[in-house]
Design a protein around this ligand. Sequence first.
Ligand code: GLU
Length: 165
Amino acid sequence: MCGIVGYIGKHQAAPIILEGLAKLEYRGYDSTGMAVFDGEKINIQKAAGRLQVLENMTRGGETMPGCVGIGHTRWATHGEANEINAHPHQVGKITLVHNGIIENYEEIKKELINKGYTFKTETDSEVGCALLNFLYQKNQNMIKSIEEFKTIVKGSYALGIICSD
Ligand code: GLU
């Protein structure tokens, strides 16, 4: 088991996300990551190993300014526990963290490859991210896309999502 934290508000997101992830450490994990929107772009930082590594990398969140963000502690199910496979994943306008397993990711991945998508990681989660990007490009509506996503994806999953629009 692992954890997801999301924040949107008036405060700096990164320190709050790190604090939230620390509270979830007891659940076990092998890598961590977070994404924060700085008002212009979404910055991502990932680390294999302990949350302390991410905390040090970002000086307690200081290097990732912004008031909107998502964070993740990963317990790898698909792909090695390394920095590349750590969440958040980003495809186009979609940045996402995922807890759980997308059981039918292989068939979804094949369809997306046929549509021209390429993948950087070995995870089922990046496939989910690419699928949501595809649906968002088609629908131009995030809620509609998430509803459609739920009809396609099988498995158990919790998601934290930022759309750059
Ligand atoms: N299945 C995903 C992965 O391996 C998420 C695992 C988790 O819940 O942390 O990246």
